[in-house]
Design a binder for this molecule. Structure first.
Ligand code: DGT
Ligand code: CA
Ligand code: CA
Length: 577
C-alpha cells in the first residue's frame, strides 16, 4: 500500500501525464503537477499528518479535492481517478514518457495521429520515417527518438537520491527498532550521495547469530516488500513495491567498520584500497584487515584506513578520483557541511510561482539559521511562472526594503532570476537590474543550441555589468532532460575573470552543477553558491542534497559563496569588473 509522499507524488504525476495525453484542461493538469511537487518536497509524511488528525488543505496548493485523493491513496492504496484513466488509455502509453524528449504533449500527438501506443510501435514509426510527418516533430526529432529508445533499452532503472531517501529513512527506522539490532547504516551509493542510486545497501550489526537470523526475517516481512529475491542467515535482498531493490547485510559489531567500508564502495575505490593493502602484505575483506591470519583492524572505518596508512576518507570522495593519493599525503579537504551555510541566494515567493509570501520565506530562512536570503523571482519572459516585469520588480524591491526595516536577524537581498535570452541579453532593462543587490541569471529556453552558440550566449550574459550568479548552469533535469551542450571550462574561466559565480542548485531534480564541474570551479578559483531554489518554506530541506553533491565535488567551506557573512558577501557580489 503506497504510504510515502514519493508514491503519492508519483500517482499525481501519472494522473497529470495521462490527463495531458487526453487533452484535459491545463489548469487541472497543473494542479496535479503542483501537488506532486509539494508532496515530493514535504519533509513530513502526509500519511502521518493524516494519522495525527492534520488538515492537508493547509498545505500550499492542496484543496479539498486533492486532500480527499491523498486520503484515498493513503487509506486504500489506490486512486480511483488513476484507475479510471488507465482504462481509458492504452496500458503501455506511459512507457513512452520514459523516452527523453517525449513529454505528454508529444505523446498525445503520437497517440492521436499515428496510433502509437507502445515503445515497440514508437520504434517502428521512427524507423519507418512516419514521425517526421507530424507537425512539430521533424527529422532531427525522429532521429533523437530512435537513439533514445536504443539507450533506454540498455538502461536499468535508477532512483533519484531524494526519492530513495524517503524509502531509506523509513526502512532505517523500521530496522532500528527490530529486537537484537545494534546499529543500522545505509551504505552504497546512497551514503556516497550519488545523484541517483541503483539499489539500497543496508548494514546492520547484532551481537549473536540468532539475532542476525531474526533481523533477516523481520526485513523480508516489511510491509512494502513486493518480492523477496533471497533470504539467508546474514543477508537478504528484497524488491519494494516502488521497484527499488534493497540488499541487507548483517555482521557482528567487531566487523562493522570493515563491512561498512566494503558496502559503501565505490567498487573502484574498494579495489584500489585492496591493492594498496596487498602491497603492505595485508588482506582486506568485509570482516576486517588481516596480517597473515591476525585481525589488525575492522571495528571502525577509521581503523581500516589507518591500517593501510591513510586518513579517514569521507564517503562522498570514495570514487577513486585521486582521493587515495591525497589521503596518503594527509591533505584531504575539510568538506563543506550544512551548518556552514549562512544564507540562500535563490528563493521564490508567491509573486511568481512560489507558494509563500516574502515574510513567510524570511521567517523560514531565519529558522534555518540563515543571515540572508536573496529573493529571485522569474523575469517577464517566463510567462508560465508569471515572471516579473520592471514595474512589479520595483514594487517587490519596495516591499523588501519595508520588510528589512522590520525583520530582526535576517536580511532579504533584492534579486531576480532573470532569463538569459537566446542572444545572451538579459530579460530586463539595465535600469531595473541596477536597483538590485545581485542578479541571478539562467537559461530557460533554446536548450538545443550548438555548443559554440550556447557557450557564447552564456558568456555574453556574464559580460553584462550587473550579472552576478549563473543559476543551474547545465539545465539538466535528472532522468528527464540532458544537460545542454556547453564549454563549462570556458564559462568557469569567464566567471573568474569577471568576478561572477556559479550556482549548485540543490533541487533534487537538478543537482546542477555536476560534481566534476564543482571540482573544476574550485581548481579555477571560482566560488559556488549552494542554493535551494525554494518555491516553498519546506524546500530548504533540499539543501541536504546540494551539500552532498558539493562534497562529491570536493568543495570546502571557503569554496562556497554563501558561507560568507553578509558584509563579506556584499563586497564579493559588488561587481567591480
Ligand atoms: P548503485 O547501487 O548502482 O547505485 O551503486 P553501489 O555503489 O551502491 O553498488 P552496489 O549496490 O552494486 O554495491 C554496493 C557496494 O558493494 C559497492 O559500492 C562496493 C561493494 N561491491 C560490490 N561489488 C563489488 C566487487 O566486485 N568488489 C568490491 N571490492 N566491492 C564491491
Ligand atoms: Ca547500491
Ligand atoms: Ca546492492
Amino acid at each position: 500500500m503506497p504510504k510515502h509522499n514519493a508514491d503519492i507524488a508519483g500517482i499525481f504525476e501519472e494522473i497529470a501525464d495521462l490527463l495531458e495525453i487526453q487533452g484535459a484542461n491545463p489548469f487541472r493538469i497543473r494542479a496535479y503537477r503542483n501537488a506532486a511537487r509539494i508532496l515530493g518536497e514535504l519533509p513530513q509524511e502526509a500519511s502521518r499528518l493524516l494519522e495525527n488528525g492534520g488538515d492537508l488543505t493547509r498545505l500550499p496548493g492542496i484543496g479539498d479535492d486533492l486532500a480527499a485523493k491523498i486520503k484515498e491513496i493513503v487509506t486504500t492504496g489506490h486512486c480511483s481517478l488513476l484507475d479510471r484513466l488507465h482504462t481509458e488509455l492504452p496500458p503501455a502509453i506511459t512507457d513512452l514518457l520514459k523516452i527523453p524528449g517525449l513529454g505528454p504533449k508529444r505523446v498525445k500527438a503520437l497517440y492521436h495521429d499515428l496510433d502509437v501506443q507502445t515503445l515497440e510501435q514508437l520504434y517502428r514509426a521512427a524507423r519507418d520515417g512516419r514521425i517526421r510527418t507530424l507537425p512539430g516533430f521533424g527529422e532531427k526529432t525522429e532521429n533523437n527518438i530512435l537513439q533514445a529508445i536504443e539507450v533506454h533499452a540498455n538502461q536499468t532503472q535508477r532512483f533519484k537520491l531524494a526519492v530513495a531517501a524517503q524509502y531509506a529513512d523509513a526502512l532505517e527506522r523500521y530496522l532500528a527498532v527490530t529486537p537484537g539490532v545494534l546499529k543500522v547504516t545505509i551504505a552504497g551509493s546512497y551514503r556516497r550521495m550519488r545523484e541517483t542510486v541503483g539499489d539500497l545497501d543496508i548494514l546492520v550489526t547484532t551481537s549473536t547469530s540468532a539475532a542476525a537470523r531474526q533481523v533477516v526475517q523481520h526485513f523480508v516481512g516489511y510491509d512494502e516488500v513486493a518480492d523477496t529475491l533471497s533470504a539467508g542467515t546474514t543477508r537478504a535482498s528484497i524488491i519494494l513495491k516502488c521497484g527499488l531493490q534493497v540488499d541487507l547485510r548483517v555482521v557482528k559489531e567487531e566487523s562493522y567498520g570493515a563491512a561498512l567500508h566494503y558496502l559503501t564502495g565505490s567498487k573502484a575505490h574498494n579495489i584500489a584500497i585492496r591493492v594498496l593493502a596487498q602491497k603492505q602484505g595485508l588482506k582486506i575483506n568485509e570482516y576486517g584487515v588481516f596480517r597473515n591470519d591476525t585481525r589488525i583492524a575492522g571495528e571502525t572505518e577509521a581503523s581500516v584506513y589507518a591500517a593501510v596508512g591513510l586518513a579517514y576518507i569521507p564517503p562522498e570522495l570514495r570514487e577513486n578520483r585521486g582521493e587515495i593519493a591525497i589521503a596518503k599525503s594527509g591533505k584531504l579537504p575539510q568538506l563543506i557541511e550544512r551548518k556552514d551555510l549562512r544564507g540562500d541566494l535563490h528563493v521564490h515567493t508567491k509573486a511568481t510561482d512560489g507558494h509563500h509570501s516574502l515574510r513567510e520565506m524570511a521567517l523560514a530562512g531565519l529558522s534555518q539559521g540563515f543571515e540572508y536570503l536573496a529573493i529571485t523571482e522569474h523575469s517577464q519572459r517566463l510567462t508560465v511562472a508569471h515572471g516579473l516585469d520592471t514595474a512589479r520588480l520595483l514594487a517587490q524591491c519596495e516591499a523588501i526594503d519595508a520588510l528589512n526595516e522590520e525583520l530582526q536577524g535576517i536580511t532579504l537581498l533584492k534579486s531576480i532570476e532573470v532569463d538569459i535570452l537566446e542572444d545572451g541579453r538579459l530579460d530586463l532593462p539595465d535600469s531595473a537590474l541596477a536597483r538590485l543587490d545581485l542578479v541571478v541569471a539562467a537559461v530557460h529556453s533554446n536548450f538545443n543550441l550548438s555548443r559554440a552558440k550556447q557557450t557564447e550566449r552564456i558568456v555574453r550574459a556574464m559580460q553584462h555589468p550587473h550579472f552576478t550568479l549563473l543559476a543551474h548552469p547545465t539545465g539538466r533535469l535528472l532522468q528527464r532532460r540532458e544537460p545542454y551542450d556547453v564549454d563549462m571550462l570556458r564559462i568557469i574561466r569567464e566567471a573568474r575573470q569577471r568576478g561572477c559565480f556559479l550556482e549548485l542548485n540543490a533541487h533534487p531534480e537538478r543537482l546542477d552543477l555536476l560534481d566534476t564541474h564543482c571540482q573544476l570551479a574550485k581548481e579555477e578559483g571560482v566560488l559556488i553558491s549552494i542554493n535551494s531554489d525554494a518555491h516553498s518554506i519546506y524546500d530548504f530541506a533540499n539543501l541536504r542534497f546540494g551539500i552532498g553533491q558539493a562534497r562529491r565535488g570536493w568543495l570546502e567551506k571557503h569554496d562556497v559563496l554563501n558561507t560568507r557573512p553578509l558584509t563579506e558577501l556584499r563586497s564579493l557580489i559588488n561587481r567591480t569588473i
